[in-house]
Design a protein. Sequence first.
Length: 284
Amino acid sequence: MRRLSLLVASPGVLLSSMPLLRGQLRRQSTTTAETTAAQSAASSTSSSTSAPSDHASRISAAELADRCAAARQAIHDLWMKSAAKTSEDGDARSTQILALLQTFNISPSTPREEDIVRGLGEAFDRLLLLSVPFSSKGDTVVLETLLACAGRQGREISVKTLQHLFARSGSYAEAIAIFHTMRKCNVAMNMEAYHAMIYSLQRLEEESWALKFADELEDKKSVSEQAMDFVLNGCDNQLIPESKPWLGRVMYKDDPNAPVKAFAGKEEFDALNAQWVNRYKTSV
């Protein structure tokens, strides 16, 4: 009420204060214009600085693709060189793989933006197979590094790669080391691949027992009853009872490169059965 009475009672005061109000409005409009100009300048500066960063990211993506292509070519050359050798040196092969990993920075600690594992494709499977059998030191550094990279990327190991990986192992101990390394690195696999891995481990364990039976047959000129029962009937806890004729070939040290004979009729199969029964009887 006091303010209203003053405004009504003294109109001269309002008239005298109009220039001040016009000056304040003019200063406010000038300040707003300056702020808008500063914001537009900042936005133009940020857009100009973001353009080189986008260009740099495109360059890094191109360089990453070139590194993937170079790594695939290097793995292919190493694979062909390893396949051409009749007697392979595990230590030399492990040294070459380690040098390749360092050259292309293939490691679980590599930033995801610089990781080329996802772009290797089947070359990664070949590199994984080249890490087996182990070197003379028996270390699993190369295999553990590759499986850790696969586990971080969520890359699944195929059934074919698993079968070849265990088939290349030099002993049952190496196969167990591969199995534990895969569990340690959290490698992704489907149920079919997991069953293939367990089946490969079972076959390698049976073959290790067959090699022990071969040594026993060579030393004692006979095989224990438990060993013969294992060859004929298999282990007790297997899901499907089956005989192990191929273990008999390992036990008797038959030539694995011998030509396979074709059987035409029942008489030939019966003769083969009588031959193996006679070998078992003379060994016990």
